[in-house]
Ligand binder design. Structure first.
Ligand code: MG
Length: 218
């Protein structure tokens, strides 16, 4: 990293404390520093209880959430099948050959997550759930105080993930959606469509930082 984690830090954001900032900076992922700070800010302000992250990848955002959960006294569940989204597959823009498991020939991000949690000392705060959201949706029943939607960005799955898990948020719970692009030229539509649906269904917009949007549950 040529830029320090503080280089683009937002005014007023709660700094991600050491050693979490260093671990997050060293972990692969698609979360700019200002959006990571906004995620951490939203989590530090959230209620204790059970938090769910949908879409883990290598754990960059998970370290942000785990650090906040340590402060708040929450437990984080992070959910991913760990074999990468479409854009991470061979031939796509975001494919990383160093993450291919020679045993399966498929992308495999679970070891990277385990290393990040180990390095951050967050094994006791974060429960790792390796499954598809469709699998977990069939049995999940725990009330949530915080939900971070950052999974598969197809319309079908993005809508599924919102419908499956946002209904478990307690009143006043925090919903965070990543990769929300209002202008089509900036990025794909599904996360924005999910944000619109959430607002229609009574969620209150709280903040926007880059493509990261925070809302409060009705
Ligand atoms: Mg994302």
């Amino acid at each position: 990293m040529s830029d320090s984690p503080d280089a683009f830090r937002q005014t007023g954001a709660v700094p991600l404390p050491s050693p979490f900032a260093d671990v997050a900076a060293a972990t692969k992922g698609f979360l700019p520093v200002d959006e990571g700070d906004a995620l951490h800010d939203a989590a530090v302000a959230a209620q204790p209880g059970t938090w769910l992250e949908v879409g883990t990848y290598c754990g960059k955002s998970t370290v942000h959430l785990g650090a906040a959960a340590r402060t708040v006294g929450a437990q984080v569940v992070t959910l991913d099948h760990h074999r990468g989204s479409e854009e991470n597959q061979p031939g796509w823009e975001w494919h990383d050959t160093s993450l291919v498991d020679p045993h399966t020939g498929r992308l495999e991000t679970l070891p990277s997550l385990r290393h990040a949690l180990w390095d951050a000392g967050l094994d006791d705060v974060v429960s790792v759930l390796a499954a598809t959201t469709q699998q977990v949706a069939t049995w999940w029943s725990t009330p949530l105080t915080f939900l971070f939607l950052d999974g598969n960005h197809t319309e079908e799955v993005a809508q599924h993930d919102y419908a499956a898990f946002a209904k478990h948020l307690v009143p006043g719970g925090t919903l965070v959606i990543h990769d929300v692009f209002e202008r089509p030229e900036d990025g794909g539509r599904p996360p924005y469509n999910v944000w619109c649906r959430a607002v229609e269904e009574g969620f209150t917009p709280v903040s926007t930082t880059g493509s990261l949007r925070v809302l409060t549950a009705p």
